[in-house]
Write a protein that binds this ligand. Sequence first.
Ligand code: ATP
Length: 293
Amino acid sequence: MTAVTVFAPAKINLYLHVTGRRADGYHLVDSLVAFADIGDRVTARHAPALSLQVAGSEADGIPGGTDNLVWRAAQLLAEHAGIAAAAALHIEKNLPVASGIGGGSSDAAAVLRALCRLWRLEIEVATIARLGARLGADIPVCVHGGAAWVGGIGEQIEPAIALPEAGIVLANPRRRLPTATVFKARTGPFSDAAERFLPIPTKAVELAAALAMCRNDLTVAALTLVPEIGNVLAALRQLPGSLLARMSGSGATCFALFADRESAERARAELAAAEPGWWSAAGALIAVNPIGD
Ligand code: ATP
């Protein structure tokens, strides 16, 4: 095997309740995390030393070298395995940076999985997730890959319901929003964890109805920092076939759910024509992180 490519999907917080804060400042969350078939692609090849190249439409401003989560994840894995961190890494960056859809975390999870295969390491997924957690709270759920209920600061992961078929449109106003800044701006009381959806929704419209009972508790704080998020949410709600529109993570990316991929693609074309300055993409929710060579 000379090269391994792993898809790094956008992480979507279908809802996000902030349930408390630990003494060390980390916030506690309750979230249903899903993944979309819109994402980056991370490739690892055999090479005598560690190197990293970033290309793609969203590559601008992505840190190269040791500041990149992918680089740090590779070093951590090599250290854990007791081997040299030798690989040529490449990221095809399609997800906008610092936008609430976990691009960096998903890239880091993807490189951990890619290098396990390239270096022929047999490490349990839970161990890889724990390694990833040392670099970022969102990495463990990305390592697991499928939709999951996430608790604690991101380390409590319970595989979720198989999500129904659903189309998704992602959009943001091209304003970067660092996660820590949004958590700092959040005020007010903490929320309770949401009730688990039982029975499991089998249609997108039922999933949207269940999600309507929940919130993204970071929306108000994000709106004060980037008011354009309000325009994005309004535009997503008005798209034909839109079942639910909400912000993901700490923003500024928002999503809308649709009955299927085709409806999402049609709606996205309409949105892109009306708002050419925004970043947007259409696809479908995925149940499991697809891994390919
Ligand atoms: P989350 O939803 O997990 O809060 P996010 O989508 O808001 O994350 P990312 O795109 O993951 O944010 O980027 C967060 C920070 O990580 C940025 O400041 C960026 O410079 C840094 N970073 C390091 N490596 C990467 C990478 N491979 N891709 C994107 N950002 C990276």
